[in-house]
Design a protein around this ligand. Structure first.
Ligand SMILES: Cc1ncc(C[n+]2csc(CCOP(=O)(O)OP(=O)(O)O)c2C)c(N)n1
Ligand code: SF4
Ligand SMILES: [Mg+2]
Length: 254
């Protein structure tokens, strides 16, 4: 999992031990899936910042819907695409709570685009996290608004075509234009250095909420070898060569 996480004994412990907030259970995720790597980074950040008792996660619907059962924090489930609106209500009722959403690209960018845009424009003091694997993973690999041009999916057979299917939406750049968005960044989990970046950006985004500065968004590119039609071992290279050129990593607004 996170191969570059620190130095000395603490760093080694972090690599080989399960995070305290990650519970053990059966799950149905595929080998090589990037979403559990992102989950690990999130739970480590919550623990290290001492936020466990205050945390309420609002989860959308996707393969990551397996996670609430193995997260040792409070989690609410939202209808597809609606997590930013549910999180808005949670934060307004419980302003002292630490609130983050967990959505996929299909959930946030295809089905719930208006929810995230309005929450960002209002400057809601929540942190939105989107796992972008450029497909509707859980339901079998259909094209989403984030599927990249040329990408073969079950509904873009032969590759996404600009004329026929339109262009992918870069959610981070879109949200960054809104005045209420205080922090926006894009990271990934396909290499140790990318995971390190995810750790850093996640802390920045969480800090933004803790300081009451406004809406924060972290987009994390995750591997989906099953719906990219590659082997688990080929997933990281596919992300780097096919997905990342459309979605460059970095801080977009701070
Ligand atoms: C309103 C609505 N439409 C469709 C679905 C079916 N559905 C459940 S999960 C899912 C795919 C989610 O894709 P994404 O958010 O990208 O997450 P991933 O599975 O890729 O992690 C879909 C379409 C649903 N639950 N609700
Ligand atoms: S379908 Fe894709 S996103 Fe879903 S568990 Fe499998 S690899 Fe992960
Ligand atoms: Mg997806």
């Amino acid at each position: 999992m996170s191969a570059v996480t620190g130095s000395g004994e603490r760093g080694l412990r972090k690599v080989f031990e399960k995070p305290d907030l990650l519970l053990s259970a059966e799950h149905s995720l595929c080998p090589g899936c990037g979403e559990p790597v992102a989950l690990r980074v999130i739970l480590e950040a919550v623990q290290e910042l001492g936020l466990r008792e205050r945390t309420i996660c609002v989860a959308g619907i996707g393969c990551y819907t397996a996670f609430p059962m193995i997260m040792d924090v409070d989690v609410m489930q939202a209808l597809h695409g609606r997590a930013p609106s549910v999180a808005t209500g949670v934060k307004r009722v419980r302003p002292d709570a630490f609130v983050f959403t967990m959505q996929g690209d299909g959930d946030m960018i295809s089905e719930g685009l208006q929810e995230v845009l309005h929450a960002a424009a209002r400057g809601e003091r929540i942190t939105a996290i989107v796992f972008n694997n450029a497909v509707f993973g859980e339901t079998g690999g259909h094209m989403t608004a984030a599927t990249v041009l040329g990408q073969h999916t079950k509904t873009s057979v032969g590759g996404r075509d600009r004329e026929r299917h339109g262009n992918p939406i870069r959610i981070s750049e879109l949200v960054a234009q809104l005045d209420g968005a205080a922090y926006v960044a894009r990271s990934a989990v396909h290499t140790p250095s990318a995971i390190k970046l995810t750790e850093q950006y996640l802390r920045d985004a969480f800090q933004c909420q803790l300081e009451g500065r406004g809406f924060s968004l972290l987009e994390i590119l995750t591997m989906c070898p099953t719906d990219w039609f590659v082997t688990p071992a080929q997933g990281p290279a596919f992300l780097a060569e096919r997905i990342e050129p459309t979605f460059p990593l970095g801080i977009i607004k701070s």
